[in-house]
Design a binder for this molecule. Structure first.
Ligand code: KG4
Ligand code: ZN
Length: 334
């Protein structure tokens, strides 16, 4: 039996999870509301909120899993990438817990964690598979050869897909984080406005031009009709979402064809987007892919994905020492 405590604190969610023999028994996520009035995550406030949240969140994860803390065999934590101050809270907690209980410490790469969330529930992908990881800070196409052997095939050269959603929401006067709200409004709209598609080489992405074209589009239309935004909000959201999805899936399709991979997955916060999920399913049917879409609770940041990654590292006794320090930047491939 292996009981792993997973800790996630890379951005603005404090999360703790218990995984027993590869099965998630609890996954507690404390969201930080303090950032709402600033329209984005304020790093210093995030680390303070993590400090307040971490002990109650871990206690709750242990309580829900119906175990005693003495039964935990190892502690896995997000080492990076992310906000350094936030990562420090999770890393310090994990080191102290491991030291006090004399149990092994396991480092997890947050981007690998998003991908390994696919190993929580069946059906699980088989290696090699291609994963489109789309979050607030990253947009990557990754060839997953084994649990911890991953190759970066393409990535954004500027903004991430989640950032494109969040910045669009800001232009449309919608609250942060904008992704879920744009998704909701898009369901009521028609994608009748056309936004340009960036011409970027190979399997890389760019979203900063899209943001600028949305800004000009809105400004010009408001000049002619001051209520343009209110009258057309659903159609604007549907059009922006449509363009973001078409950019993502076009590159995913060409990468899958190029690499001749038919097992295809999505991961990260933006994989919760209903338009992306349904468009991917239609594309998969046409391309004869086996497609893997995570449950909603494993799309956005959560500790279950860190605990499951920790479990696979535990099986190969891949531990780190107390000297370990967090990393603000860390490639998915190492
Ligand atoms: O993976 P995640 O929770 O955190 C990072 O590691 O960045 O991703 C957060 C991002 C935010 O940009 C948020 O707006 C976006 O995921 N997001 C969505 C949806 N739910 C979350 N974007 C589009 N549609 C959604 N339903
Ligand atoms: Zn994330």
């Amino acid at each position: 039996m292996a009981t792993i405590l997973g800790i996630e604190s890379s951005c603005d969610e404090t999360s703790a999870s218990i995984c027993i023999d590869g099965e998630i028994r609890s996954n507690i996520i404390s969201n930080q509301t303090v950032h709402e009035k600033f329209g984005g995550v304020v790093p210093e406030l995030a680390s303070r909120a993590h400090q307040q949240n971490i002990i109650p969140t871990v206690s709750e994860a242990i309580r829900v899993a119906k175990i005693h803390k003495n039964e935990i065999d190892a502690i896995a934590f997000t080492r990076g990438p992310g906000l350094l101050g936030s990562l420090l809270v999770g890393t310090s907690f994990a080191k102290a817990f491991a030291l006090a209980r004399n149990i092994p410490l396991i480092e997890v790469n947050h981007m690998q964690g998003h991908i390994l969330a696919h190993f929580i529930d069946a059906p699980k992908p088989s290696f090699p598979f291609l994963c489109l990881t789309v979050s607030g800070g990253h947009t990557q196409i990754v060839l997953v050869k084994d649990y911890f052997e991953m190759e970066l095939i393409g990535q954004t050269i500027d903004d991430a897909a989640g950032e494109a959603f969040d910045k669009t929401a800001k232009i449309l006067n919608l609250p942060y984080p904008g992704g879920p709200l744009v998704d909701k409004l898009a369901k009521e709209g028609v994608p009748r406005f056309t936004f340009p598609e960036p011409q970027i080489k190979d399997f890389d992405f760019s979203f900063s031009g899209l943001k600028t074209s949305i800004l000009y589009f809105v400004q010009q239309n408001i000049k002619q009709n001051p209520s343009f935004l209110e009258e057309n909000i659903n159609d604007i959201c549907a059009s922006v979402q449509h363009r973001i999805i078409s950019i993502l899936l076009k590159k995913l399709k060409s990468a899958a064809n190029h690499l001749q991979v038919i097992d295809v997955a999505i991961a990260g916060g933006v994989s919760a987007n209903s338009g992306l999920r349904s468009s991917l399913m239609s594309l998969a049917e046409k391309e004869h892919w086996n497609v893997f879409i995570p449950k909603f609770e494993y799309c956005t940041d959560n500790a279950a994905m860190i605990a499951i990654a920790g479990y696979y590292k535990y099986l190969s006794q891949d531990f780190v020492s107390q000297e370990i320090a967090p990393l603000a930047r860390w490639n998915v491939s190492n």
